[in-house]
Design a protein around this ligand. Structure first.
Ligand code: F6R
Length: 364
């Protein structure tokens, strides 16, 4: 049931603070301030390489997780989309952990990749939202997201719940590998537990985003830029806009702009910049200036500090709460989802059932 919402997608976007909190309850011990995973019968400390495989939005969650696994646990991560992974004869490490991320747990390419890794002797971990799915049944380590049924074809709440689980998994691996001490673990837990309130604060900007959607709706092409763990969010923003509003969009790592895509910039191409204030902010600001110098129209999504510093001259700004970098990818998912949603509403497309798409892709 959609309740007071116009679409399932809208309802699912607004459910995120609740379902992320619900998911985190299974992955952190609030009193002890430690991360906790389901009971497992193998030794995670022996894992020294992780292979992540997924499709679409779930793949972007995996891209964010790569930053976390490498930063916290110092474990190298290979990541691939399932349709490429399964046909490229990948070299798999001895004692490797293969991690599959899927909302449905039935995506054909991801499931085939899982079976390939099982044959190759990898330990199989899955992050899935449907606990009765094929992937859930075939896992050694089942890490469920508790997002509840996701009905809108465009994935939203499953994505932020995947990120919550992956952050906890990265921290747990780091603890097991002796790369994270108790104090650092407590701080990761504290920041994760701030996520639901920060998601709520991001959702409070729904009206502002709705008001600016008409600036994006007439565009033929839109670019999204982000850096570091927010780069996959740029890809996710572009995917959401494409699939529900049918506007051509691309996500780029901010620093890649000058290596080609900047040639596309003119005053018809809005550029959405995802840039929380912090150590990478200055770099992104200089990329923004390159865009602006070529007549590009910028929508800056940042916190108050970032907007105060670089908001002038932008076509629009969307203010996010000031958040710890760990949870920025969860929080910045909200404005890109809402922007795609409201642009699709302005265009009058079928938000919950976009053309040519199915909720679960069970063919390769
Ligand atoms: C995008 C979207 C798709 C899915 C992809 C993988 O909004 O929904 O890109 O993320 O088809 O699906 P799952 O996660 O079920 O394996």
């Amino acid at each position: 049931e959609k309740g007071n919402y116009h679409h399932f997608m809208q309802k699912e976007i607004f459910e995120q603070p609740t379902v992320v909190a619900q998911t985190l309850r299974s992955y952190v011990r609030q009193l002890e301030r430690t991360v906790a995973l389901p009971q497992i019968d193998f030794d995670l400390s022996k894992i020294d390489r992780v292979t992540i495989v997924a499709c679409g939005t779930s793949y972007y969650a995996g891209m964010v997780a790569k930053y976390w696994f490498e930063k916290f646990a110092r474990v190298p991560v290979d990541i691939d989309v399932a349709s490429e992974f399964r046909y490229r004869d990948p070299v798999l490490p001895y004692c490797g952990l293969a991690l599959f991320i899927s909302q449905s747990g039935e995506t054909a390419d991801t499931l085939a990749a899982l079976r390939h890794c099982r044959e190759a002797g990898q330990t199989i971990a899955v992050v899935v939202n449907v606990p009765t799915s094929s992937m859930a049944r075939e896992a050694d380590l089942l890490l469920p997201t508790h997002a509840g049924p996701e009905i809108g074809v465009a994935s939203t709440k499953a994505f932020t719940c995947q990120l919550a689980v992956l952050a906890a998994l990265a921290a747990h691996l780091a603890v097991k590998k002796g790369k994270m001490d108790e104090g650092e673990e407590r701080s990761v837990v504290d920041h994760l537990l701030e996520a639901p309130a920060c998601l709520n604060a991001a959702l409070d900007h729904d009206e502002d985003i709705k008001a600016m959607a008409h600036l994006i709706a007439p565009a033929r092409d839109v670019l999204y830029l982000g850096r570091g763990p927010d780069f996959p969010l740029a890809l996710e923003g572009a995917l959401k806009l494409k699939e529900i509003s049918y506007i051509h969009a691309e996500g780029y790592a901010s620093g890649e702009m000058k290596h080609g895509p900047i040639a596309l910039i003119d005053d018809n191409v809005p550029v959405i910049v995802l840039a929380p204030s912090g150590p990478l902010f200055e770099k992104t600001v200089s990329n923004m200036q390159e865009v602006r110098a070529r007549g590009g129209k910028i929508v800056l999504i940042s916190d108050a500090e970032g907007i105060a510093e670089a908001g002038e001259g932008c076509m629009a700004t969307i203010e996010m709460p000031k958040v710890h970098p760990l949870i920025a990818p969860l929080v910045y998912a909200v404005p890109v989802q809402l922007l795609a949603y409201h642009v699709a509403c302005v265009k009058g497309t079928d938000v919950d059932q976009p053309r040519n798409l199915a909720k679960s892709v069970t063919v390769e």
